[in-house]
Design a protein around this ligand. Structure first.
Ligand code: B12
Length: 297
């Protein structure tokens, strides 16, 4: 559900007059609803989208539930990467929230934030852990903090239009990784899809049921670890058949999908990163026919 605020609250938070805000709402620039008493309520995601596109800085972000100081200045991606690593290593959630929201509000796409800042930092976290320079608790805490930051970003991005194309996805049985599937959901929402991550460790039988019952136009599967390659391949190929039978694209990605594994797999497209996912999602759009890209028979 989108979060709604009064014009007064938003006006103070973004430092404009209430009358300007009402004008923008009346022109259809910001989505709003009317209460039973006829008062306008503005959707947070729509406000932030407008703020991003117009380059308006935030003055009192804490009034709309964002960290103080967010949205006041544009951030460079390079400095953000170093600071985000620092935030993950020390568990500094406030710093992590500021970095991600600043990048988003200064117009950086969600796919770029996820590929450029978050993924590269988690690869560094993995290297530090492997070399013994990071304790296990620091790695686990980094994941917890990052998930909370991603949930905040999701609040800002919104749910996608109610009549938008629908996507679901997750990780399969034996794969406990949560960040990659959470980010796939966000990237799709930013590309205008109604996307919903089903979570991690999903049995293949349940993924097949989800395709049959929910009839999405796209299912994504993120693969970081594969327990039994033969079983994985045959189960994925059955999932692909189900996806085809309901007209859904099966989009796969993740570090365990080596070219050797992919040789035996059938899918609609494989993405190295979220920029590829975004491009694919924007190409197939809500009602376009799914192109048969990259399929290996
Ligand atoms: C956090 C973490 C964990 C956490 C995860 C918690 C959680 N809630 O998710 C936990 C504690 C579970 C964990 C456990 C282990 N881990 Co671990 N883990 C990591 C770490 C640091 C980050 C993983 C992550 O989220 N990365 C961020 C994602 C977004 O990056 P990504 O997967 O590369 O995704 C990119 C692309 O692949 C693609 N993509 C991915 N999915 C999708 C999906 C779609 C649809 C699309 C379009 C694209 C896409 O886009 C992304 C952006 O570019 C990695 C380091 C690393 N290199 O990733 C190690 C890492 C994966 N772990 C590793 C290891 C060894 C383990 C353990 C075996 C440790 C142990 N001895 O217990 C266990 C195994 C767990 C298991 N049951 O399999 C190794 C794996 C080495 C290998 N290849 O064999 C790594 C690489 C660390 C290292 N450098 O050695 N781990």
């Amino acid at each position: 559900m989108s979060q709604y605020f009064s014009p007064k609250e938003i006006a103070i938070a973004i430092g404009v007059s209430e009358s300007s805000l009402k004008r923008w709402v009346d022109k259809g620039l910001i989505r709003a609803e009317k209460t039973a008493g006829g008062h306008r309520r503005l959707a947070l995601d729509a406000v932030l989208n407008y703020v991003r596109s117009e380059g308006i800085g935030l003055v009192r972000p804490e009034l709309i539930g964002l960290p103080a100081g967010v949205g006041a200045t544009a951030r460079s991606e390079e400095i953000s990467g170093n600071e985000f690593l620092q935030a993950m290593v020390t568990g500094d959630e406030m710093l992590a929230r500021r970095i991600v929201m600043d990048l988003y509000l200064s117009g950086t796409s969600v796919s770029k934030i996820c590929d450029g800042t978050i993924t590269s930092v988690f690869h560094q976290v993995g290297d530090l852990w492997r070399c013994g320079d990071l304790d296990v608790y620091q790695e686990r805490r980094a994941c917890e903090v990052c998930l909370r930051v991603l949930h905040e970003l999701r609040r800002a991005v919104g749910e996608g239009p109610p009549d938008g194309a629908f996507a679901i996805g997750g990780t399969v049985d034996g794969d406990p990784y949560t960040l990659a599937t959470t980010m796939a959901e966000l990237v799709l929402r930013d590309a205008g899809w109604r996307a919903s991550s089903l979570g991690n460790m999903l049995p293949f039988s349940s993924l097949n049921s989800a395709l049959m019952k929910d009839r999405p136009q796209l299912m994504w599967i993120s693969v970081t670890v594969i327990r039994d390659p033969d079983r994985f391949t045959s189960s994925m190929n059955i999932l692909f058949d189900t996806a085809q039978s309901v007209g859904a694209a099966l989009v796969v990605g993740g570090q365990a999908l080596t070219s050797e594994i992919r040789q035996g797999l059938r899918y609609t497209t494989y993405c190295d990163n979220y920029r590829h996912l975004e491009a694919f999602a924007r190409t197939i759009g809500p009602r376009n026919k799914v192109p048969e890209l990259d399929r290996i028979r």
